[in-house]
Ligand binder design. Sequence first.
Ligand code: FCB
Length: 421
Amino acid sequence: MTQTTRFPDGFLWGASTAGHQIEGNNVNSDWWRKEHDPAAGIQEPSLDACDSYHRWEQDMDLLAELGFTDYRFGVEWSRVEPVRGHFSRAEIAHYRRMVDGALARGLRPMVTLHHFTVPQWFEDLGGWTADGAVDLFARYVDRCAPIIADGVRHVCTINEPNMIAVMAGAAKAGDQGFPPAGLPTPDEETTRAVIAAHHAAVKTVRANHPDIQVGWTIANQVYQALPGAERTTAEYRRPREDVFIEAARGDDWIGVQSYTRTKIAPNGPVPAPADAERTLTQWEYYPAAVGHALRHTADLLGDDIPLIVTENGIATADDSRRVDYYTGALGEVAAALEDGLNIQGYLAWSALDNYEWGSFAPTFGLIAVDPETFERTAKPSAVWLGGLGRERALPRGVSRPPDRGSRPVPDPGRLPPPPLP
Ligand code: FCB
């Protein structure tokens, strides 16, 4: 019998998405403009994405049917405020319908107010470091009050602020792209601005809804020091991660997001070895990442702030590797829970195969989406992972190496299993 660890009371069990990656036709966002600017060198535009702007009910039906109890989705600022100071009642009503729709299906909504994209007018002003940017964001958050009014327990102000600062740093440095290992140096001014924006947003959400649990979600690269590189690693990690984790002090929870690891030698990050298994994003296959990320976050913040895994997953065309990845990852979460970490939920990235910031090729989804008909098909990994929600228990398995021959296929449950790619 497989050993399992029970979910703590109230444990969130779900999947995450982001507005721009699934909705389609976010024509007023900075990303849309970039996607259509040949100079930006973006592989392909998001266009209709998964058409979830119209098909969100199907997405939620499927997630609830699979056994998930929580759904993290985003509100697009550029839809709610397409022109500076003009707030769309219709879009606010749209996102409120999504909240009501989730609740009606037994899915607890976690609402992200900002996930990488900003309205074009905000970018034209100068983005996060422009005069008044923090107040403009806080005003938008205030206008989102009706969306999160009743029934929403968790709100995320800003997704991966550390990646926003890293991208700004890369852009300022002439945008030579990312180094072969590690991340560009974050822009300090942007770091200060997004931290201020987060604190302003927390205040605004609390003023409107004192019962909502508010926090933000941090990208954790699981920096691992090679012998003699402990100090370099700590110094490298600090501006890219730790300052953002520490800025969560006083929040109601913090989101932990991890996918892979980065090894650091005394002279800096080193690429994974040539023979390491890589995923479709070229990241090293490393399911243990989430355990390290949770422990590092808890080390910095202590027990005061609950941890929620708000993203974790793998881009692969081989769904059996996805099951193995999640098996390894959940084993780490279970072990961390047993060690007493205050982990209050696990949300997989991602519910759907979606627009992965420049390309549809890296498929992170538990659910496949036909690019022409938009038909959704749950993969076996979705059936298996969702099913754990019914048992309310995490498996204590370990992930297996790729070429191990036959392996037990997860129980397809009530949904017809799709053919594996
Ligand atoms: C995270 C983002 C998310 C998705 C995953 C793969 O950095 O928050 O939108 O791109 O990575």
